[in-house]
Design a protein around this ligand. Sequence first.
Ligand code: MLT
Length: 243
Amino acid sequence: MNRKIDVCLSPGLIDCYESMGKIVIVADIFRATSCMAVALAHGVKKIKPVSSLVECKQLQDEGYIAAAERGGQKVDGFDLGNSPFHYMDESLADQTIAMTTTNGTMALNSCKDAKQVIAGSFLNFSPLVNYLRKTKLDILIVCAGWKGKVNLEDSLYAGALVQALQLHCQVGGDAAYMCSSLFAAAKADLRSFLDRADHTHRLIRLGQEEDIDFCLSIDKYTEVPVLRKDGHLHKMSLNDMLI
Ligand code: MLT
């Protein structure tokens, strides 16, 4: 077993890791990558993750549905915020969304030289694990964190993925081992464990507690968002699975 799985705990550490030739899984559990799974599952055609509000506004002017979140709140002047419930609206079917969030979309755009970049969440956990078990490439999980800091929810997700792939990949370093151990300690009741998380407190303060439980639901969807060469996230297709 020579393929490795490792974890980058924050985009601020990305230069410490090699992503070239690897499959990169970006995790922003509360809530960007969870929203992306919901959107594609509800018929959104594709999603362009952008790093700035200016670029998102430009795309809105070009006809994109524009989603913008900063500090956990929807940004005025944009069509959508970052609650997964915003993306269940049937009127979004076949639409193209430009999305910018505090951390998640920047994390997605920080791994351009990866062989493949995928948005991971608990909502599409098993379909992604089943896919990764079939591939042969090294895997790097990039946690979006919060403004460069490490957060609990993304680290727990990374640990769940490391644990699910432990028979197929060699644990690539201390961060991966830490996350796997953290998940082992928390998996009996993730929601209670995350009562202490910074973003849990922030979302409760903002009146968005229902998003927390929803983003922790396992395997609600089969759609796996993968970043294509057009710079948009699409539902993974069989072609994507040939790498
Ligand atoms: C992020 O980008 O960190 C999250 O999407 C923020 C949020 O949705 O509250």
